[in-house]
Write a protein that binds this ligand. Structure first.
Ligand code: SF4
Length: 94
């Protein structure tokens, strides 16, 4: 199986605390139905248990040039897939 073209392979690291999702990302999530009005995430194929784990992971994003929570990365337009411990990232400017 061939991989889609991607620019970066970004390591997923454990985070000491859950990362907040920035307000602009929340607005996008709400408009695309991935978050309800109360701010609860509704991600297809992600169980509450997985979500809990994802909240305690982070990536050092090469595009935004800072640490972001894995949940934010997962819903990012650049996110392609997750392979063992890594995110395949398209790397387009955000
Ligand atoms: S998918 Fe988005 S948040 Fe994740 S590393 Fe790439 S640009 Fe950063």
């Amino acid at each position: 199986m061939g991989e889609l073209p991607h620019k970066y392979e970004v390591d997923i690291q454990p985070a000491e605390k859950a990362f907040k999702i920035p307000d602009d990302v929340k607005t996008e999530l709400k408009s695309s139905g991935m978050m309800d009005e109360k701010g609860k995430l509704k991600l297809k194929g992600v169980s509450p248990k997985m979500l809990k784990r994802m909240k305690l992971e982070k990536v050092d994003c090469p595009v935004l040039k800072k640490d972001v929570g894995f949940v934010q990365c997962f819903v990012c337009p650049n996110f392609q897939s997750r392979v063992i411990g890594k995110v395949l990232c398209k790397g387009d400017p955000l």
